[in-house]
Design a protein. Sequence first.
Length: 390
Amino acid sequence: MNNHNNIKNMFESWGKGNRKLPTNNAVIKDQILSKVPTNFVKTSYSRPSPFPWPSLVFASMAVLVLIVNLTGNPINSITRIATDSGTTGGSYPSMTVGTPAPEIANQARYDDSYKSSMPYYGGGDVPITDDREFLKTSYNATLRTREVSDTKTKIESIVRGIGGRVDGSSSSEKYGYVSFAIPKDDLEAFRLQIKDLVGARFYEENTNSQNLLPQKQMIEENKKQTENSLSSLKSERQKLVTNHNQTLASFQSQINSRNTEINILNAEYATATADRRLQITNRINQLQVEISNIQSQISGENKSYNSRVYEIDSQIRYTEENLKSIQAQDKNLIASVETVNGSISLSWISLWEMADAYFVGPLLAWILLLGAVVSYFWNRRYVGASASYF
C-alpha cells in the first residue's frame, strides 16, 4: 500500500513539473478571440417540465368520452356529426334495441294492419290442459352496409329463392327497406343467409312469437256449434217433411173414404125410392162439402209446409256458408302460423363507423388513449434529451 502511494506521488510530481503552454499560445488565443462576435445576446434556457401534461389531457378526454358513452349518449352520434359535416343533413336509423328505425315503424304499422285483417276470436285464459302451440312469428332486422342497393337486391333474391314473397321494397343511396313473407320452416336458414350479407357486427334482428291457441280454440268452438246447429236444422227439416207427409196421408185417407161413400150412394141411387134418393142427394152434397174442406186444409198445410221448409232451407244454407267460412278461417290461421311476415331495414355505414364496430367502447376514446400514450413517451424522450444537454 505504501509503495502504491509513493508511485502515485512520483507521477503527480512529474506531471506538475512538465506542465507548460505551447510556444505560440498567445497567437492562437488572439486568432480565436478575433472570430467571436462582440455583441452577444444573452439567452436563457428553461428545462422542460417533467410532468406529461399533454398525455394527461388526452387521457382525460378519453375517460370523458367513455363516460358519456356509458351514460346513455352513444358516442356514435358525435362521430356521425363529424363524418356528416360535409354532407346533407340526416340521421341514421338507430341500431339500439327498442328504438326502431322509421322503416321498422312502417313495418309495425303494416303488421298491425295485417293483424287487424284477421278475425279476432276473443280468447281469455287458456287452460294449461291444452298444451298445443300455434306460434305466429314475425321477424325484423336492421343491416348496416356500404352497398345499400346491392344488398336490397340480394335480400329479394334470397326471399324468392326459399319460396317466399316480396311484399314491398325501396332503396336510396343511404337507406333501403324490404318487407316479405317466407315459410316458417325456412326462417333459420333465411336468418343465416341475411346475417352473412353484412356480418354479425352489422346485423341486428328482432323476432316475436305469439301463440294463437285462443283463436284456434274459438274457431273450433264456433265450428262445433255451427255443426250442431246444422245437424239440428236438418233434423228439424226431416221431421217437418215426415209430419207433413203424414198429415197429407191422413187428409187423403179422409177424402178417399168420403169418395168411397159417394160411389156407394151413387150406385144405390138408381134403385132407391124418391125419399131415399132425396136422402142420398143430401148426403152426397154433404160429403162433397167435407171433401172441399179437407182439400182447403191440404192447401193450407202445403202452404205452411212450403213456407217453413223454405225458412229452414235458408237457415241451412246460411249455416253451411258459415261453416265454410269457419273452415276457411281455420285454414287461414294454420297458413298464417306457417308463414313468417317480416321486414329488413338497410342503412349506409361509413368507414369510421365500421372501424368503431370492431372496438370495445367508442373508437374516439381509443384514439384519445393512443394519443395519451404517444404523448407520454414523446414527453419522456424530450425530457431525457434536455436533461443530458444541461
